[in-house]
Design a protein around this ligand. Structure first.
Ligand code: CAA
Length: 379
């Protein structure tokens, strides 16, 4: 990889891996078992400026480019998927500000995010998941203000984040063209949160509904033009589906590392498992698929940084491919560990449960294929 991405990124990987191993990995099992927010990771990420490293240094961040952000998320996910959602969600919530915010909005929100005020992204609703443009949440103009009413579903880190990018319909007769983006703050009157969902995986990351009950906010909280919200939301996903690919990659690498080590340490029939060709072939396939997912994900990150025209295709492709790889690799890791893989003494069963979500959120892998198919001519 060093030849492909350069020494500075490998140095970054090494330093994030050390932080992840020391400050995040020791709590990953407990975070999952207790379904509790990874407070230790949250604090460690703030202390090391990795909480929202993608924020430009002009606004108090680390100025990590898209590839650096991918490597940060990958290395955190290698030990704890839930913790890796902290920087991933913070990027997702704030990219609309970066893409469409005014200078005042950027100067206000981005430093607050870099300092530890998380930023969630509110697109989905109970009846508008894959069909995001079917949202019912309304924003109605009231003088110089907007009044938001409705509810958003499956919102990652809801309740923990200080800020929420909310997509709402300002003109239901216009469909996707009648959607506008706003920033809602956790302290706004009328915002509240549902009970945390009880999930298969990513148990440390709270997923809750966000209720908006006549939340009145000034027009200065609007991101971009009225009616531009859906395009902003989609452009955002072009940049952030890559972070889900990074997460999937990290989970797959974590599971591979455990399975590879186990195969060398565990003996059956008087031989280490690794002596058996059936196990060698499984590990070889796992490593091959991880390498391919990494190459595709890093390529997508470079395209995100450069704003290349085939970004939409690559972003969807990296998320789709890496998450399918993560599902297969984690399932095989459980298989290699046998009974030990199926119980929680080893992390691979957690990784297998976590991997499943990467095939679903930020657009199911079926939606990614729709996106890819619509952008074949960009290649
Ligand atoms: N960039 C800019 N504009 C875009 C765009 C993009 N990538 N994609 C679409 N648009 C624009 C289109 O150009 C179109 O405008 P025009 O008519 O002027 O061309 C408008 O938006 C509507 O686009 P479509 O007709 O393509 O819209 P659609 O209704 O067919 O939906 C879709 C397209 C790809 C299926 C979209 O609904 C989608 O991505 N669905 C999945 C939703 C999703 O990913 N949700 C994730 C939630 S966030 C999450 O999960 C995060 C988490 O928890 C951590």
């Amino acid at each position: 990889m060093e030849a492909l991405i350069g020494q500075e990124y490998e140095d970054l990987r090494e330093s994030v891996r050390a932080i992840a191993e020391e400050k995040i990995a020791p709590f990953a099992h407990d975070v999952d078992a207790q379904s509790r927010y990874p407070k230790e990771a949250h604090d460690a990420l703030i202390a090391t400026n990795l909480f929202a490293a993608h924020i430009p240094d002009l606004y108090g961040g680390e100025g990590a480019d898209a590839l650096a952000t991918v490597i940060i998320i990958e290395e955190i996910a290698r030990v704890c998927g839930s913790s890796s959602l902290i920087p991933a969600v913070n990027k997702l919530g704030s990219v609309p500000v970066i893409l469409a915010g005014t200078e005042e909005q950027k100067a206000h929100y981005l430093p607050l995010l870099a300092k530890g005020g998380g930023f969630s992204y509110c697109l989905s609703e109970s009846e508008a998941g894959s069909d995001a443009a079917a949202m019912k949440t309304r924003a109605v103009k009231n003088g110089e203000n907007w009044v938001l009413t409705g509810s958003k579903k499956w919102i990652s880190n809801a309740g923990e984040s200080a800020f929420y990018t909310v997509l709402a319909s300002t003109d239901p007769t216009l469909g996707a063209k009648g959607i506008t983006a706003f920033v809602v703050e956790a302290t706004d009157h009328g915002i509240s949160f549902g009970a945390p969902e009880r999930k298969m995986g990513f148990k440390g990351s709270p997923t809750r509904e966000v209720y908006l009950d006549n939340v009145e906010i000034p027009d200065s909280r609007r991101l971009g033009a009225v009616g531009e919200g859906f395009a902003i939301a989609m452009r955002t996903l072009d940049h952030t589906r890559i972070t889900i690919a990074a997460q999937a990659l990290g989970i797959a690498q974590g599971a591979f590392d455990v399975a590879n080590k186990y195969a060398h340490e565990r003996s059956q029939f008087k031989h280490p498992l690794f002596d058996f060709q059936s196990i060698q072939f499984m590990l070889a396939d796992m490593a091959m698929n991880i390498a391919a997912a990494r190459t595709l994900t890093y390529s997508a990150a470079v395209k995100s940084e450069r704003g290349e025209k085939d970004l939409t295709f690559y972003s969807a492709a990296s998320k789709c491919f890496a998450s399918d790889v993560a599902m297969r690799v984690t399932t095989d890791a459980v298989q290699i560990l046998g009974g030990y893989g199926y119980v929680s003494d080893y992390p691979v069963e957690r990784m297998m449960r976590d991997a499943k979500l990467t095939q679903i959120y930020e657009g199911t892998n079926q939606i990614q294929r729709i996106v890819m198919a619509r952008h074949l001519d960009d290649l």
